[in-house]
Ligand binder design. Structure first.
Ligand code: SGN
Ligand code: CA
Length: 559
């Protein structure tokens, strides 16, 4: 595809023609030759678009959830493929492409979203953690650029970047993490309004409502972003019993002892056994527990339960109370070993998690139907993704953060009629920093030079396109939530190298021989050459991305 910079050179006085400026702005500012520039711009866009096989700027529908593990999407083919309730997400995968090696740059909510919007690693967009510091809205974002190139833009649902959205004609967002039941949404006038119902359904209603009312002369860019299936994994009341009669398979590493890896793993605070809280996560309320002393975390309350109306609580209680009672009776009667208790907690966790996914999938179904019913399917790119992956009991964990496969991977499923071959399963290594330049290319625009990601459009046209990257950089900067230490690394198709700053610890995993990452082979002489090559690649990537020194964002150590 030709570069817009070349186009810029051909046009006189194009100071206003920087990326992200609306065509009409450029036309007005250049003043003397408005028609010439407008027409040149238009024909350039047409040329870019026809180069990617599209006649006009496609709509971009970005369906996004929070913490949706690949193992909880049937078409990803993982161990839960027979129970994952995702027929609509799978439909996108069947009619489009499912990227098998899609990753985040930093496995945590706000930073992942910031990388998506900016096309940059966290240290470049400044949003390194779910921090107190707001996302700097003055910087370039793909939303601003698409809005500038004539798109109607909207974001609805979870946002989690502290500062209100910029670059969107319409937005309506959950405050912070948001709530599942009867949630509040922040309105564009700054006021917060509470709505009755379930967060996933409400975000979908609002997204459809916006689609109905949008300016249909323009293409649209809509980000519909769910809170689900994030902690506290609270399903729509209609789905509470969805997995009642099923025994969900356990992951092999549910009882991981963390041998052959750093002690930093054992120091975690994200275990189903020790940290998955009885009232908060398991949904066994203190008033139900009475005097029974259960092993593991029992520190928190039941904020989601407290938000419900009496009628809603009744439905909840009818589902959970008899099961909780039976468990407590068995536990009190000494019928359950410690392992049995962990297994029971796992079943409770995974059933609620999957039931929460069920409403997300229904939302995807409603959006697909909307496109079909309104003759929009052909010219709309639809993407399903989530801000990172998630542990569903692997290594005994819930949560994310680690550079291990389950949380490092992001689902990325895309349908683009006429461009993406239905059923494609690309293996190329892609990352969330690639989304912004991809959306720009779809819209017929080139990315600004400072963007670190690359457009995946070439892979959408040919999954084996030459010249794609062979390695990815990862950086996690949080200061200790769930006691996950800062760590950095590189992944290739076969190996993963992880470094824990402040220690001498490096980990190397051979993903072909050890896909579950149970054995650190960094100090195994058989891997000496691989270690050398991986460390060189890691240094190369840190240089390419201009990564800061480890000290710059290190947690303050107590003397
Ligand atoms: C909250 C959760 C954590 C979770 C983070 C980050 N606790 O703090 O378990 O890791 O969010 O999640 S909770 O009590 O608030 O549920 S993120 O997806 O927003 O990054
Ligand atoms: Ca998340």
């Amino acid at each position: 595809m030709p570069h817009l910079t070349a186009q810029q050179e051909r046009i006189d006085d194009t100071s206003a023609f920087s990326y992200g400026y609306p065509i009409f702005t450029c036309c007005c500012r250049v003043g003397d030759f408005p028609m010439k520039i407008l027409l040149t711009t238009f024909s350039f866009l047409c040329c870019c678009l026809s180069a990617i096989g599209a006649d006009k700027q496609p709509n971009i529908l970005f369906l996004f959830s929070d913490d949706h593990a690949l193992n909880a999407i049937s078409s990803y083919g993982g161990p839960l493929k027979d129970v994952a309730p995702t027929p609509n997400i799978d439909r996108i995968a069947n009619e489009g492409a499912l990227f098998q090696n899609s990753f985040c740059a930093n496995s945590i909510c706000g930073p992942s979203r910031a990388s998506i919007l900016t096309g940059k690693h966290s240290h470049k967009n400044g949003f390194l953690r779910n921090s107190r510091e707001p996302f700097d809205q003055s910087q370039w974002t793909v939303a601003k650029a698409l809005q500038g190139s004539g798109y109607s833009t909207a974001v609805i649902g979870k946002w989690h970047l502290k500062s209100n959205p910029v670059g969107f004609d319409y937005w309506e967002i959950l405050p912070g993490q948001g709530s599942y039941y009867n949630p509040a949404f922040i309105q564009m006038n700054g006021k917060t309004e509470k709505f009755e119902g379930y967060a996933t359904d409400l975000a979908t209603d609002k997204a459809i409502n916006w689609l109905d009312k949008r300016d249909s002369d323009k293409p649209f860019f809509l980000m519909c972003q769910h809170k689900a299936p994030h902690r506290t994994f609270s399903p729509a009341l209609r789905h509470l019993g969805a997995f009642d009669d099923v025994e969900i398979p356990e992951p092999d590493s549910l009882f991981d002892d963390y041998k052959n890896r750093s002690e930093l793993l054992a120091a975690n605070e994200m275990e189903i056994d020790r940290h998955f809280d009885w009232a908060y996560d398991v949904k066994l309320r203190k008033d139900e527990m009475g005097d029974v002393k259960l092993p593991g975390s029992n520190r928190y309350g039941t904020p989601e339960y407290n938000r419900m109306s009496d009628a809603q609580k009744k439905v909840w209680d009818a589902h959970f109370s008899p099961k909780n009672r039976a468990f407590l009776d068995d536990f009190s009667a000494g019928k359950l070993s410690h392992k049995d208790v962990v297994k029971w907690k796992y079943q409770r966790y995974i059933k609620n998690y999957l039931a929460t996914v069920k409403a997300v999938d229904e939302s995807v179904g409603r959006m697909l139907r909307y496109l079909d019913d309104n003759d929009l399917a052909e010219n709309t790119v639809i993407i399903y993704s989530s801000d990172q992956g998630f542990f569903l009991g692997e290594h005994g964990w819930y949560d994310k953060r680690w550079m291990f496969e389950e949380s490092f991977k992001m689902p990325f499923i895309i349908r683009w009629p006429g461009v993406v071959k239905p059923g494609a399963r690309p293996k190329a290594l892609i990352q969330n920093i690639d989304y912004a330049p991809t959306f720009l290319e779809m819209a017929g625009q080139d990315a600004p030079a400072e963007i670190q990601g690359r457009s995946i459009v070439p892979l959408l046209k040919d999954e084996n396109a030459d010249g794609w990257r062979e390695s990815l950089y990862y950086a996690y900067y949080e200061l200790g939530e769930h006691r996950v230490p800062q760590h950095f690394g590189v992944r290739t198709h076969q190996h993963k190298l992880i470094y824990f700053p402040g220690t001498d610890e490096w980990h190397l995993f051979d993903l072909k021989k050890d896909p579950q990452e149970m054995r650190n082979v960094h100090d195994d002489p058989a891997y000496a050459e691989t270690v050398k090559a991986m460390r060189a690649e890691y240094d190369r990537l840190r240089e390419e991305y201009e990564a800061p020194s480890y000290e710059k964002y290190a947690p303050k150590r107590k003397n």
